[in-house]
Design a protein around this ligand. Structure first.
Ligand SMILES: [Mn+2]
Length: 247
């Protein structure tokens, strides 16, 4: 059993073809915490379409969890309206939460409010999304989809802008850091005086989350072996540059 003070997960996208409901239920069995925060996009469709057995198992596990610990559900742009949310999980959806670490406060929110691509013509976003999902189907390890997404100049620009806006808001409100989901890219970065954490997603491998342990906030990788994202990235940096320069 892995113990954390508080855990933030996001972007489970239950109902999506690549949702990992059973894996997430396994995760819930192997961690213990006093507060679980779901930082948005628990569902893929606001009408809760295409839920499969593994997805429904997550709802049952979350309902059970609410009897043992505090569960907070933060609204994502794919999540249902308040009435539906309350009926499905017995939880109200909110827009943000605060984590209290030994270093100070962290604002937790989904992050779509700072995503300027959401204001773009739907067709452009849909086409990019289709290519991304297609790549996930072809390549079960999701490496190709991840690479396509990260190499897309547009995608990187959208994320950089989102992070900049998020940092501004964190500073304005006197926060030590900010925890977001939405981009599906797990991060743990200290820049310009703000600790930016992103809990990543549960639709790719490895699954990631943010947690507070011994008062310290960090992003963790769950699959294979529990470790901090920044420790894992130091290992990736050791990979020869030629392997990364392919595209
Ligand atoms: Mn989202």
């Amino acid at each position: 059993m892995q113990k954390f003070d508080e855990i933030v997960v996001s972007d489970l996208h239950l109902g999506a073809r690549n949702s990992r409901g059973s894996d997430f239920v396994g995760f819930l069995k192997q961690v213990s915490t006093r507060h679980l925060i779901i930082a948005g996009d628990l569902f893929d469709s606001p009408r809760l379409r295409r839920l499969r057995e593994g997805d429904v198992a997550v709802l049952k596990a979350l309902r059970d969890l609410t009897e043992r610990c505090r569960v907070t559900w933060i609204r994502g742009n794919h999540d249902p309206e308040d009435g539906w949310a309350q009926a499905v999980l017995g939880l109200d959806v909110c827009d943000e939460a605060i984590l209290h670490s030994a270093q100070g406060r962290y604002l937790v929110t989904h992050g779509d409010r700072w995503d300027h691509s959401m204001e773009m013509p739907g067709l452009v976003v849909d086409a990019a999304d289709m290519i991304y999902r297609g790549a996930q189907l072809i390549d079960r390890s999701h490496g190709l989809a991840r690479m396509l997404k990260r190499r897309s100049k547009h995608f990187c620009r959208v994320i950089e802008l989102l992070k900049r806006r998020a940092r501004i808001e964190a500073r304005r409100r006197g926060m030590t850091g900010i925890v977001l989901g939405h981009t599906h890219v797990a991060e743990d970065e200290r820049r310009r005086g703000v600790h930016y954490l992103n809990s990543g997603c549960w639709t790719e491998r490895p699954a990631t989350f943010v947690a507070l342990r011994a008062g310290v906030a960090a992003t963790y990788i769950w699959d294979e072996q529990l470790r901090r994202l920044n420790d894992a990235e130091q290992q990736v940096d050791a990979v020869p540059a030629t392997a990364l320069a392919m595209s």
